[in-house]
Design a protein around this ligand. Structure first.
Ligand SMILES: [Fe+2]
Ligand SMILES: [Fe+2]
Length: 341
């Protein structure tokens, strides 16, 4: 049996296979990326320092439906904040592609941020209705439908995950991350509104800190775009336009109303969803109104649109918000969805 390594010539430097995390490499230019990486390290916060006891005490004074509605909201949010593996995978890819050292560093910090956001969703649920949704026993039709809303939303998440993994075969890193712009921009506005509206101090703090993270994530997507757009050909620019629309479609479930593209949800979804939001509001858990959500998205669209325009990338139409862009896109399906926040 011949040893497949028998021909190695140790007198010469080795040949490294392509798309491999070896050899280690470091770059020290790209000041803007280094600045953002340093900022990410400074802005870290600890979810254990949030006063969850305050939330538990407040929730003990609420009725069952109100507690369900708040647990429901956190569960839906976790669809998007289940993003630790999304960024962990991006870290692997960034090392395989030998991206600049500070870019790899930023992605590592976003992985950690997203894990914190995910743990926060868990703490949020556990402080109001422990065991939701997996051990929850519905007592009436509304409760049963609310539970199914959550589980089917998560099932759509599993479709998204599959598409995300495949996306690395189809898209380059710059297109992929520019796609996240819209989501990060909308998340920033929605969370800052929630922080200002929250009655419970613990929630004010959680949403304020999350806004800080999402603002930084937005800055990262902007950095990737501004440093790559000049090299993007028309085809890539078109993909970005499509992904901005996909960002709206995917995130609208929590930040607006789910458009019919992509989402496969029970027929009662919107009715029960709006009822749950109202119950949570009545309990004193601040959720932006539909009007405020529309404003948040419009602000995000203006912000992202202005950046894209600067680099010759067209803005898609968002008919749901009455926004006429430079490009009308057909329905978005699961093969198109790659954004997160
Ligand atoms: Fe997040
Ligand atoms: Fe984010």
């Amino acid at each position: 049996m011949t040893d497949k390594y028998s021909t190695l010539n140790f007198e010469e430097p080795p040949d490294f296979p392509p798309n491999n995390v070896y050899p280690p490499s470091w770059t020290f230019d790209n000041d803007k990326a280094w600045q953002l990486y340093r900022r990410a390290k400074k802005e870290q916060w600890d979810e254990d320092n949030i006063n969850w006891q305050e939330v538990k005490e407040w929730a003990s004074g609420l009725d069952r439906k109100q507690r369900l509605a708040i647990a429901y909201w956190w569960s839906l949010l976790s669809t998007f904040d289940n993003a630790t593996p999304v960024f962990a995978y991006a870290v692997v890819k960034s090392f395989e592609q030998h991206l600049p050292t500070p870019v790899k560093g930023i992605l590592t910090t976003i992985t950690y941020d997203e894990n914190r956001h995910n743990v926060v969703c868990g703490f949020g649920i556990n402080s109001v209705l422990p065991g939701f949704p997996n051990e929850f026993k519905p007592q009436d039709d509304l409760e049963r439908k609310a539970l199914l809303n959550v589980l089917w939303t998560w099932w759509n998440g599993s479709r998204y995950w599959k598409a995300y993994l495949d996306a690395y075969q189809k898209y380059s890193f710059d297109v992929l991350f520019t796609s996240f712009m819209m989501g990060e921009a909308a998340a920033t506005t929605v969370f800052s509104t929630m922080s200002k509206g929250a009655k419970v101090k613990a929630f004010q703090e959680v949403f304020k800190n999350t806004t800080v993270d999402e603002t930084r994530h937005y800055a990262f997507t902007h950095l990737i775009m501004s440093q790559n757009a000049e090299r993007m050909d028309d085809e890539r620019k078109k993909l970005v336009t499509k992904q901005v629309r996909a960002g709206f479609v995917f995130l609208s479930l929590i930040t607006y109303l789910p458009p019919k593209d992509f989402w496969k949800l029970p027929p009662w979804f919107n009715e029960v969803h709006l009822k749950m939001e109202d119950l949570a509001r009545d309990a004193g858990f601040y959720i932006p109104t539909l009007k405020e959500k529309e404003e948040a998205w419009k602000t995000a669209v203006v912000r992202v649109g202005a950046s894209l325009k600067h680099y010759g990338i067209k803005m898609p139409s968002i008919p749901e918000l009455g926004i006429e862009g430079e490009e009308d896109l057909p329905d978005i399906d699961e093969g198109d969805i790659i954004p997160v926040f």
